[in-house]
Design a protein around this ligand. Structure first.
Ligand SMILES: [Zn+2]
Length: 69
């Protein structure tokens, strides 16, 4: 599985639902992006990261605004 933000194959299962095996939460060990298996993930291009640029970041990229319906 590839990370939605940095596109690297450094994703691991962080935790699973306590009952019923309903979902898993994944985290990327490179950029620390995390998401739940039940989410419909779309990372806008503005929030994509490349692994080689991460050490030079001066701040964590902010959370994007919530979608409006
Ligand atoms: Zn990542």
């Amino acid at each position: 599985m590839k990370c939605h933000r940095c596109d690297l194959d450094t994703v691991r299962v962080m935790t699973k639902s306590p009952v019923g095996n309903e979902w898993e939460v994944y985290v990327c060990d490179t950029c620390h992006y995390s998401w739940r298996s039940t989410e419909d993930i779309h990372v806008h291009d503005v929030f994509k990261l490349k692994a080689d640029s991460i050490p030079g970041l001066q701040q964590i990229p902010p959370i994007p605004p919530l979608k409006t319906k």
